[in-house]
Write a protein that binds this ligand. Structure first.
Ligand code: FMN
Length: 387
């Protein structure tokens, strides 16, 4: 059997009316929580807070998000050296693996979608591993699992595995082959033997099949090669603002950016949805929110800010090129800072710009999530952004 990119994909979770993905897509704006499974979350600041990378903290956040009606939770994947990205906080030195974290969360939760970010080219993973492990997790989660495919932009990561860094666009060609094989394994009713450019299989077979044909396929990228991969394979593209973290710069740039990504999806016959990760600082008044933001920034762990900026400077990612090192103190992708009314208005603006979903994060996750649930979610419902 050859590698058969021409074969139709297995049915997708979005084509089942009762799938968790269909339920999430029925919302005017999907709502996810970006779990802080790494120390420091997204913010290299020493301002006191409860946020913790530990499993228990993240399990509590997930259960709370589920109770508040969020559609999904997500964790990022990274391989960080001793000392993390630096500073007195040793930013992100500790980080839970998102695949195993999602497995444990699957057993604790009932409704919320769980996405694991995976570096499919490290190790290297074999598609047969992910076909088996992923379908197992998909069944534990009863169809609520998705994989966020990342190809590894940081040069220090592949060398940890004894590998050389792979050139940017070649990574996406490899990811394309990997995913094509994965789908072939999930679809095939017979043994699969094939010889691709990067992976070989002989009489390989993987059962069970995922509950809804495929798990939810997500990919995080900001480059033409990555968008092409997303257009071919993904239900959801997890993307950055092309104009940096400041909302007033991002909003005018987003409609064309999102329309271009969706056009790539249509070229491949796919209704590609988009997701972005805003960092929300919300207090009763705009002044209080900005005051809190200023405290976060004033207490920056400057060694960590510099170390993280250097990490990005070494990388070949095209997605973050307009994000300034100072924006990384709060972190995330777009900053939304203000009162509940202001935050709701801006979330509406992101929907009008074309986003299908938001993967939000906070500085102090648990109290900020509670506040968001109490003060912003009701306004989102009133504004027609949530059912
Ligand atoms: C929103 C978003 C989230 C990402 N999350 C991760 C991650 O968790 N781990 C990782 O290694 N790369 C992550 N990336 C990096 C991308 O997977 C990609 O490798 C990087 O952006 C370089 O590729 P690009 O030039 O296609 O953007 C993320 C990118 C985006 C846009």
């Amino acid at each position: 059997m050859d590698l058969r990119p021409d074969l139709p994909d297995p049915p997708e979770p979005g084509s089942f009316r009762d799938s968790p993905l269909s339920r999430a897509l029925a919302q005017p704006l999907m709502l996810g929580l970006f779990l802080p499974i790494q120390s420091g979350g997204w913010s290299p600041s020493l301002e006191p807070r409860s946020t913790s990378w530990t499993f228990d903290y993240n399990a509590d956040l997930t259960l709370r998000a589920e109770a508040l009606g969020f559609d999904l939770v997500f964790g990022l994947a990274e391989w960080v050296r001793h000392g993390g990205y630096g500073g007195v906080s040793r930013f992100r030195e500790e980080s839970l693996d998102p695949f195993i974290t999602a497995t444990a969360l699957a057993a604790l939760t009932k409704r919320i979608i769980l996405i694991s970010t995976i570096h499919i080219l490290y190790g290297p993973w074999h598609p047969l591993h992910l076909a088996k492990f992923g379908a197992t997790l998909d069944h534990i989660a009863r169809g609520r699992w998705g994989v966020n495919v990342v190809t590894g932009y940081a040069p220090r990561e592949p060398v940890m595995f004894g590998m050389q860094k792979v050139e940017h666009d070649l990574r996406y060609r490899m990811a394309d082959e990997f995913t094509t094989i994965l789908k072939q394994l999930w679809r095939s009713s017979e043994n699969v033997s094939l010889s691709g450019a990067y992976w070989q299989l002989e009489e390989a077979f993987a059962r069970p099949q995922p509950r809804y044909g495929l798990p939810i396929l997500v990919s995080a990228t900001g480059s033409p090669a990555g968008f092409d991969y997303a257009g071919r394979h993904s239900d959801i593209a997890f993307i950055t603002s092309p104009a940096g973290a400041k909302l007033e710069n991002a909003l005018p740039a987003l409609p064309d950016h999102i329309a271009a990504i969706k056009a790539v999806g249509r070229k491949h016959g796919r209704d590609l949805r988009t997701l972005i990760n805003p960092m929300i600082v919300c207090r009763d008044t705009d002044a209080e929110a900005w005051d809190y933001y200023e405290r976060i920034v004033r207490n920056a762990d400057q060694g960590a800010v510099d170390g993280y900026a250097q990490h990005h400077a070494l990388a070949d990612s095209k997605a973050w090129k307009n994000h300034r090192p100072q924006d990384r103190i709060l972190g995330g992708n777009i900053h939304i800072i203000g009162s509940p009314d202001y935050v709701t208005e801006q979330l509406g603006n992101l929907k009008r710009a074309g986003y299908d979903g938001l993967q939000i994060s906070f500085f102090d996750f648990m109290p900020d999530l509670e506040y968001f649930g109490a003060r912003v979610l009701p306004l989102m419902r009133q504004a027609g952004l949530r059912n």
